[in-house]
Design a protein around this ligand. Structure first.
Ligand SMILES: [Zn+2]
Length: 84
């Protein structure tokens, strides 16, 4: 899949995170250089770790990010407002 499907970033899990797939590829977060794993068929755009993706969303940066259903599930706990 060569087209970037109109997205600017792909959100990836950290390398080493349990995954049902054995053919994940390794890449680096385009902001913090964290080592990430991603499916081979993700759009060919810069990668973001979940933490940087959340920061990106908070800042309302331009562009669209791509997150799989599973990654959204992982990110949800971070998205909930936290009382401190
Ligand atoms: Zn990052």
């Amino acid at each position: 899949m060569a087209a970037n499907q109109g997205v600017s970033y792909v959100v990836c899990s950290r390398a080493g995170t349990p995954s049902p797939f054995t053919d994940n590829e390794i890449g680096l977060c385009s902001k913090c250089s964290a080592v990430l794993q991603h499916r081979p068929d993700v759009p060919r755009v810069p990668l973001l770790c979940i933490e940087c993706a959340l920061q990106f969303m908070e800042e309302q940066g331009e562009g669209t990010i791509y997150m799989s259903e599973k990654q959204l599930q992982e990110a949800l706990p971070y998205l909930k407002p936290q009382e401190s």
